[in-house]
Write a protein that binds this ligand. Structure first.
Ligand code: ADP
Length: 228
């Protein structure tokens, strides 16, 4: 599902590589935690997966799409396969919970009728029933992250990238979000989570990939969830 073969990323000619011959294989429906100190290369790896950045060398295949032969016009198709959530939520402040989620469907041309049918289901999934008409500033941090997750999964991506989703949350809300990611993973979405929260890494018992200076220095399977 996600395949990286000796991926190297140099931002400048004389700089050290942000990624240095990284090879990685993530199966469909896996739940993987990516850890590493600041500057290790985590964001670069995620940006390469979403095609925000291109590698200097190496091969990438995600969900059957070979990035070498990926045409510009097919990038939206790739982005539909990958949902992303961030530490700072990135919600639209002038839009309600419902509208924030609906927006992800409007931009791909879904009809209002389909939107009215689809959005409540995902609001239910993330546990925000009754909050549809609230604005982001009327919500707690944990609730805002739920909206961001709902928006990321409403188009049913194959992969959910969660980049430090608990970075702004207290421990209780952090665990609520992690449990929600696990629920989404159980429904069949591959989850790639980056976190600095050691408690989460230790207790989740999932595959943990450690990056340091642009290299994978550890890749430990800890009873990662596999179906079948
Ligand atoms: P992490 O997400 O683990 O903190 P990054 O992928 O952001 O790490 O950074 C890896 C390395 O690449 C760092 O040395 C960082 O300074 C460098 N880097 C990241 N983005 C850029 C950029 N746009 N231009 C130049 N250097 C960058």
């Amino acid at each position: 599902m996600i395949l990286l073969d000796r991926v190297t990323k140099l931002y400048g000619k004389d700089t050290k590589p942000a990624l240095n011959r990284v090879s990685l294989h993530i199966e469909p429906k896996e739940f993987v935690i990516l850890v590493g100190t600041s500057g290790a290369g985590k964001s670069t790896l995620l940006k390469i997966l979403t095609r925000e950045e291109r590698p200097t060398s190496g091969k990438i295949v995600v969900g059957g799409i070979d990035y070498d032969s990926l045409k510009k016009k097919n990038i939206p198709l790739l982005r539909r396969k990958i949902g992303v959530v961030f530490q700072d939520f990135k919600l639209l402040p002038q839009r309600t919970v419902f509208e924030n989620i609906a927006f992800a469907l409007e931009i791909v041309g879904m009809s209002n009728r389909e939107i009215r049918h689809t959005v409540p289901k995902v609001i239910d999934l993330v546990g925000l029933k009754g909050k549809e008409d609230k604005f982001p500033n009327e919500l707690s941090g944990g609730e805002r992250q739920r909206v961001a997750i709902a928006r990321a999964v409403v188009r049913q991506p194959k992969i959910l990238i969660a980049d430090e989703p608990t970075g702004n949350l207290d421990p209780k809300h952090s665990w609520d979000i992690v449990r929600l990611l696990e629920k989404i993973n159980r429904y069949g979405t591959t989850v790639l989570l980056t976190t600095h929260n050691k408690d989460i890494v230790d207790k989740l018992k999932r595959r943990v990939i450690t990056i340091d200076h642009g290299k994978i220095i550890a890749d430990v399977a800890q009873g990662s969830y596999k179906q079948g």
